[in-house]
Write a protein that binds this ligand. Structure first.
Ligand SMILES: *[C@@H]1O[C@H](CO)[C@@H](O)[C@H](O)[C@H]1NC(C)=O
Ligand SMILES: *[C@@H]1O[C@H](CO)[C@@H](O)[C@H](O)[C@H]1NC(C)=O
Ligand SMILES: *[C@@H]1O[C@H](CO)[C@@H](O)[C@H](O)[C@H]1NC(C)=O
Ligand SMILES: *[C@@H]1O[C@H](CO)[C@@H](O)[C@H](O)[C@H]1NC(C)=O
Length: 482
């Protein structure tokens, strides 16, 4: 929203009419000027406001309403759904667990065998049902309750997050266009929406990104045609498994509910938006190679309705859990919610000023000097990241770094901490303390040239087959992709 607003403002200022050189010059001047300005401000009034106690170490955070006598939950399972701001939530789990030396159920790579259904043996260090106490689990998986229960303790708090399926489709299209055959063939998302069945073949690998992606991530059959009874059954199954379903569109309210459900301190749920994509350029705007993205994502009202219909199972889930979410907010208290959201936002602003260069303006990955905090790039859009304020004392720097460390690097770090003698995994990008241990930056991009073949990679660097592969019938009679 903020991004879009900014894009609109840019257009308003007439930026689209300037040539690329002028634009570059203008941007350069603006950055230089802002840098000077902020540098001055930082010295004059930031210094006294940046004491060692910005991040209190005790679990009583000192800000936020008192949590009462509750004990923080340390058994949590987050189903990380796709394109729902879930990377930001995962970062919170990583931080909370790292600060308290909790044990994570980590995948061998970066996801738990996705898009296959989750299997306990995908967890690194798993040695049979509940042989090892795992505290937190949150990497991408296709949910499979019986297998998750083998890994996580019985009192685990299960939660996830949903998003409006139309918004989700936009994001999914921008991110997975090159890997989902249904999206690849369409001229744009609108074109796809007009007649999805023309482009969609349920047998093709990665097409789950193009239909009922939430439903799929929850482990349900996303190709089933909608009926009210089926939708209700799916919803009921999810309700049985999950303690709380958050809503992406109400992210801050979600964080307040989450923190109270888990009895976590305010700082645990304060975050900067991670894995955000660059603002959508105007249709036909002069954005170089991204020129057509705005047009590709443009939707008429009619097309939005069609997408809703196409993703009818997801639309059902979204409405149902949105309703429940607001019932929870009622129970929590509207006024209390407003006060806590205000507190959260204030805290976020403070931390952004303390931690981030330029007051927290997200920047393109290529402009982030420290390669170990460059976010992974994938899809048609640039994924933005942050830079740390250059003059932080060590402990503040560490705390700030935790908040902006991209998920791949963070997973590598936790992996290294949890399995200190093991070899770093192939994608290892950082060692403890954020020092690079790999010489090259982890920066596979779509269209990477490798052996003369253009290969596609998922967000985590795993190769995605360019060509189609048909599902294989496995022993349990289910069709799976290998
Ligand atoms: C769902 O409906 C479409 C169109 O009405 C039909 O072609 C398809 O076979 C149906 N799928 C299933 C799994 O019943
Ligand atoms: C979600 O709930 C809010 C609050 O009740 C409501 O304003 C909004 O329209 C709902 N969204 C959908 C898509 O149902
Ligand atoms: C702070 O960091 C520097 C360089 O990273 C290191 O040399 C120094 O020992 C650290 N100081 C403390 C108190 O941790
Ligand atoms: C898919 O790619 C593999 C390896 O690149 C190749 O061996 C295979 O023939 C391809 N299959 C199709 C259907 O193009």
């Amino acid at each position: 929203m903020v991004f879009r607003r900014r894009a609109r403002r840019m257009r308003w200022l007439g930026c689209h009419r300037l040539g690329p050189i002028w634009k570059a010059l203008l941007v350069f001047v603006a950055i230089a000027f802002t840098g000077q300005l902020l540098g001055f401000f930082n010295k004059s009034w930031m210094q006294p406001e940046r004491p060692r106690s910005v991040f209190p170490l005790s679990s009583d955070d000192g800000h936020g309403s008192p949590m009462g006598p509750c004990r923080p939950h340390t058994h949590a399972m987050f189903l990380k759904t796709h394109k729902t701001a879930s990377s930001t939530v995962l970062n919170m789990l990583y931080r909370f667990g790292e600060e308290r030396s909790l044990r994570f159920a980590l995948p061998l790579g970066y996801q738990f065998g996705y898009p296959l259904l989750f299997n306990a043996h995908r967890v690194k260090g798993y040695r049979g049902p509940r042989m090892v106490e795992f505290n937190i689990m949150g990497n991408h998986m296709r949910f499979n309750k019986p297998e998750v229960e083998k890994v996580m303790p019985a009192d685990t708090f299960y939660f996830s997050i949903v998003r409006d399926p139309v918004e989700l489709a936009e994001s999914s299209y921008a991110y997975f266009k090159a890997v989902a055959p249904a999206f690849k063939r369409a001229k744009g998302l609108g074109d796809f929406a007009n007649d999805p069945r023309r482009y969609y073949d349920p047998r093709l690998r990665n097409n789950h990104y193009a239909r009922n992606l939430l439903w799929f991530d929850f482990g349900l059959d996303h190709n089933a045609n909608y009926t009210a009874a089926l939708a209700r059954r799916g919803e009921a199954e999810i309700r049985k498994s999950f303690n709380l379903i958050l809503v992406s569109e109400y992210f801050d309210q979600s964080m307040v509910l989450l923190r109270h459900a888990l009895c976590w301190p305010l700082d645990a749920v304060v975050s900067f938006s991670l894995n955000a994509r660059q603002p959508k350029p105007a249709a036909g705007g002069s954005w170089g190679s991204k020129a057509n993205l705005g047009a590709a994502l443009a939707l008429t009202d009619d097309q939005r309705l069609k997408l809703r219909e196409w993703n009818a199972l997801d639309w059902h889930l979204y409405q149902a859990f949105n309703r429940t979410f607001w019932e929870e907010v009622e129970r929590f208290g509207r006024a209390r919610m407003e006060a806590e959201v205000a507190l959260l936002r204030t805290r976020r602003d403070v931390l952004a000023r303390v931690c981030l260069r330029d007051g927290g303006k997200p920047v393109e990955a290529s402009r982030i000097r420290d390669k170990t905090i460059r976010p992974f790039q994938s899809g048609l859009v640039k994924i933005l990241g942050y830079e740390l304020h250059p003059s932080l004392d060590n402990s503040t720097r560490q705390a700030c770094l935790r908040m902006i460390r991209p998920e791949i690097q963070y997973k590598d770090l936790l992996d290294a901490q949890q399995f200190p003698r093991a070899q770093p995994p192939p994608g290892a990008a950082v060692a403890a303390g954020g020092a690079p241990i790999r010489r090259e930056p982890l920066a596979p991009k779509i269209g990477d040239q490798l052996g003369g073949n253009s290969i596609e990679r998922d967000w985590d660097g795993t190769r995605l087959g360019r060509n189609v592969s048909l599902p294989v019938r496995e022993r349990d009679g289910k069709d799976r992709f290998r």
